[in-house]
Design a protein around this ligand. Structure first.
Ligand code: 5AD
Ligand code: SF4
Length: 445
């Protein structure tokens, strides 16, 4: 097979594989930044790399299974090339004793690290040339600024807060990402300014719960931070994720409605629609609170797109509870929803609840929910047919390189014919759609 390199052929090459959420994507961009500052170059494919790093996720069992599947392939690569370095990082390694277990079970792994030791990646790689390394820390109380090799030329993810202290009963994140630590606002604004100067048009503020921003410092809160970032000259679009409905006040909605750069898209994970289940999940809001928030958004931010995450089959979920989830789906009319089968995570309270829902029931509920949500997503898209909307161009469409794709301010993907420059804002007339994608025609200026 022909393999091409992106730079100097004598440089050592790394290959990074990322699983999970945007936070992990950003962490991988930081790992790439650290490696490239230290003389590494990116490999185009796994099999022409000198160093392979898996940045793992453990939020659901499926993410872990994918990592374990990949390890089989890495073992073969190591047998063929014993000088290949293999490292595993990310949330999965941060779980109790998982790092140690991995080193024991997989002798071809050279080093293990986690989100809290990622800033030492270069030293870890160097040490691993002379012996196997396990470098983990329980938590971290600062957020070191690291070099970043950004994947996109026009969109920058900017982390504003690390960790989560919500302890939703099903979720492993607080155990692996640790306590909430907010980055100083001045540092965030400076990073946004730098990015704008280098050509970025869209900024996505990231945190496991962005609404908790400033809770640890007692100073600038999320609303005030948004206002500061919204004022950075040259910024076209501002997004943020993930929000927690409990901490998303009606006042914040009002404030956002007056910030022209904040896009009309809010990702508000509801998780379940039954108050009994929401309480067992430790979510801190009721279905009524959530629907009030949705109504306020619809009133204050016309045309807003609201997306969500829903878990089906949380322990003890009855047919009646599930019907209440479906009822919220009907009332909130989400543009789209990420839907998940509940997956027990060792160490979380819900994993020990006695009333686990049988797999078959979970799958049946998930199918029912997905089918109905797809219809609602299609309805949402069909209403837009014939309208002209602004998109930010991303590049060639992944499915068909004859076409290009971009995103509306509401974050819906739009596929269109004709070439356009990534990062450009263009007007597109929407002409066709399915549940997940809009199709359109570029409008001449
Ligand atoms: N099982 C299923 N889904 C989960 N999520 C988090 N933990 C679990 C779990 N144990 C989902 C939630 C969250 C999203 C990122 O993943 O919906 O919002
Ligand atoms: Fe997990 Fe809840 Fe924190 Fe989200 S808010 S990361 S679901 S514990």
């Amino acid at each position: 097979m022909e393999t091409r390199s992106t730079g100097d052929d004598n440089m050592k090459k790394y290959f990074l594989l990322t699983y999970g959420c945007q936070m992990n994507e950003l962490d991988s961009e930081k790992m790439a930044g650290i490696l490239e500052e230290n003389g590494w170059d990116s490999a185009e494919a796994l099999d022409n790399a000198d160093l392979v790093i898996l940045n793992t996720c453990c939020v659901r069992a499926k993410a872990e299974d994918k990592v374990k599947g990949k390890l089989g392939q890495l073992k073969k690569l190591k047998l063929a090339n014993p000088r290949l370095l293999i490292g595993i990082g990310g949330c999965m390694m941060q779980q109790d004793n998982v790092g140690e277990k991995f080193l024991q079970k997989f002798p071809f792994i050279d080093f293990i690290f986690g989100p809290h030791t990622m800033d030492r990646l270069n030293e870890i790689v160097e040490k691993s040339c002379t012996g196997r390394v396990l470098e983990l820390e329980a938590d971290r109380f600062d957020v070191p600024r690291l070099p970043i090799k950004r994947e996109s030329s026009f969109r920058a993810w900017v982390s504003i807060i690390k960790g989560c202290e919500n302890f939703c009963a099903y979720c492993i994140v607080p155990y692996v990402r640790g306590k909430e630590v907010s980055r100083p606002p001045a540092e965030i604004v400076a990073e946004v300014e730098e990015q704008i100067e280098s050509g970025v048009k869209e900024v996505v503020l990231l945190g496991q719960n962005v609404n908790a921003y400033g809770r640890d410092t007692g100073k600038v809160d999320f609303g005030r931070l948004l206002k500061k970032v919204n004022q950075v000259p040259g910024l076209e679009r501002l997004r943020f994720m993930t929000s927690h409905p409990r901490d998303f006040s009606l006042k914040l909605v009002d404030a956002i409605s007056e910030m022209p750069r904040v896009c009309e898209h809010l990702h508000l994970p509801i998780q379940a629609g039954s108050n009994r289940i929401l309480k067992k999940m430790n979510r801190g809001y009721t279905r009524e609170d959530y629907l009030r928030l949705v109504e306020h958004i619809r009133n204050k931010i016309p045309g807003a797109s609201i997306t969500t995450d829903i878990i089906v089959g949380f322990p003890g979920e009855t047919d009646e509870d599930f019907a209440l989830t479906m009822d919220v789906v009907e009332k909130a009319r989400f543009t789209s929803a990420f839907t998940f089968l509940y997956s027990p995570r060792e160490g979380t309270p819900a994993a020990n609840y006695s009333e686990q829902v049988p797999g078959e029931v979970k799958r049946e509920r998930l199918n029912y929910l997905m089918k109905r949500q797809n219809q609602i997503s299609l309805d949402y898209n069909q209403v837009l047919m014939g309208t002209v909307t602004e998109i930010m161009v991303e590049g060639p469409s992944k499915k068909d390189s004859e076409f290009y794709m971009g995103r509306t301010r509401t974050n819906r993907p739009v596929v269109f014919s004709g070439k356009a420059h990534p990062g450009c804002l263009q007007q597109v007339k929407l002409t066709d759609c399915n549940a997940h994608t809009l199709y359109g025609e570029l409008q001449e200026d």
